[in-house]
Design a binder for this molecule. Structure first.
Ligand SMILES: [Mg+2]
Length: 403
């Protein structure tokens, strides 16, 4: 039975909540102010917290902030109860790491659906965390990275994190049609840490959820910013982690983000790898279908390197295929690669999917891809991932790459 902590100063609301929760057989712990609530959260480690936003002295924001600072309470699902549904409150709460919002008065069904969703999410998270940590030994460097990563993420200190944008270029006219967002992390003690070091680590210790949330929020904010400056033709892709993709509330979260930034879903492309999809094909297909039907773009990343059968391509609701760099490297000189790449492109075209080649480095590779009618390319022949301002320079100068 899940334990729920209710922090609410208004007696009638509190009593009402307790009646509802008890009737549903949840174990409850109650606090009538923020200070007591915070202490109870630390002592009882509930499975979920329902917390009023407006309270005298320590308010809901203060409670959330304090909880997110402590490793033991940092990941407990936290739902704000609020009397007003102002977008600014919602955004501030979400930025601080709240998991959901309920606007008073809410119905029993709304309350239960929010609670059950978040509790499941927490269970998955803990299970994943335990699985990954069994027999898991870190090298001394990775232990330091782990510790620093924990410190930054748990304290919601994302100052060292940045997003680079790698242009995706139309192969026919050399114009930038979008970008892949790439996460970078510079830690005050370690300096620049490679994503190949910290991302698998964050995936194994669960911190990836907070990181993914930050990435998604930052990218949406950035797209909004570009739209405000008249740049609204770009599709920006975001790499999802397996943990993120398997969250119960994934869809509501991306929809919320799109809504609060007043964006069209089509400006976002969600990159999934074959292995993430293969883990639970039916479930993945249902999430992908939902996302597609809402208007989001879905790209199958690193295509050709996973274990998926080609037959799945027929079933996956996706818009884009990204040919993995291993097939692109030297494609103009390696007969076997050229056959595979040609067929991938042909197949994508026949299935009406957009096809992007990744890791294009040489003129020979570029010519081959152009000849074989690949739609777009990404790679250092044009540009590596760029800091936002440098990417913007290309956009504002309407830069055309030579194809
Ligand atoms: Mg990718």
């Amino acid at each position: 039975m899940a334990k729920i902590l209710v922090i609410e100063d208004e007696e009638s609301v509190r009593e009402n909540l307790l009646d509802l929760l008890t009737a549903e057989e949840f174990e409850t712990v109650v606090a009538d102010n923020g200070e007591i609530g915070l202490n109870l959260a630390i002592r009882e480690l509930p499975d979920l917290i329902l917390c009023d936003m407006m309270m005298p002295e320590l308010d809901g924001y203060g409670v959330l902030k304090a909880l997110r600072k402590q490793p033991l309470t940092a990941t407990i699902p936290f739902i704000f109860l609020t009397a007003k549904s102002a977008k600014s409150d919602f955004r501030q709460g979400m930025d601080m790491g709240a998991d959901d919002f309920l606007t008073k008065p809410f119905t029993r069904a709304e309350l239960l659906s929010a609670i059950i969703n978040k509790i499941k999410k927490y269970e998955n998270f803990r299970k994943h965390f335990q699985d990954q940590n069994e027999n898991y030994q870190l090298s001394p460097r990775m232990q330091i990275i782990n510790q620093q990563l924990h410190e930054d993420v748990i304290n919601n200190n994302f100052q060292g994190f940045t997003i680079n944008y790698q242009p995706v270029v139309n192969i026919n006219n050399g114009k930038i049609i979008g970008a892949e967002s790439l996460l970078r992390w510079r830690n005050h003690e370690l300096g620049e840490v490679s994503p190949s070091e910290f991302i698998p680590l964050a995936e194994s210790n669960g911190l990836i959820l907070n990181i993914d949330n930050w990435v998604l929020r930052t990218v949406c904010k950035q797209i909004r910013n570009w739209h405000d400056q008249g740049l609204n033709h770009l599709t920006i892709s975001v790499n999802f982690s397996a943990v993120e993709f398997n969250q119960e509330d994934l869809i509501s979260k991306v929809v919320n983000l799109i809504e609060i930034h007043n964006l069209e879903p089509s400006c976002l492309e969600i990159e999934l790898t074959e292995s993430m999809i293969i883990e639970n094909v039916d479930c993945a297909i249902s999430i992908m279908s939902k996302l597609c039907s809402l208007g989001f773009n879905i790209a199958i990343d690193d295509f050709g390197t996973g274990q998926s059968s080609l037959n799945y391509l027929r079933l996956f609701p996706a818009n884009t295929i990204k040919i993995d760099r291993t097939f692109v490297q030297n494609v103009n000189q390696d007969y076997a690669k050229s056959v595979i790449a040609k067929n991938m492109i042909k197949m994508a075209q026949d299935l009406h999917l957009k096809i992007i080649a990744e890791g294009v480095e040489t003129i020979g590779e570029l010519s081959f891809l152009k000849e074989n009618k690949c739609d777009a390319i990404q790679g250092c022949i044009f540009s590596l991932g760029l800091p936002r301002s440098e990417f913007e320079d290309l956009l504002f100068s309407d830069h055309t790459f030579f194809v």
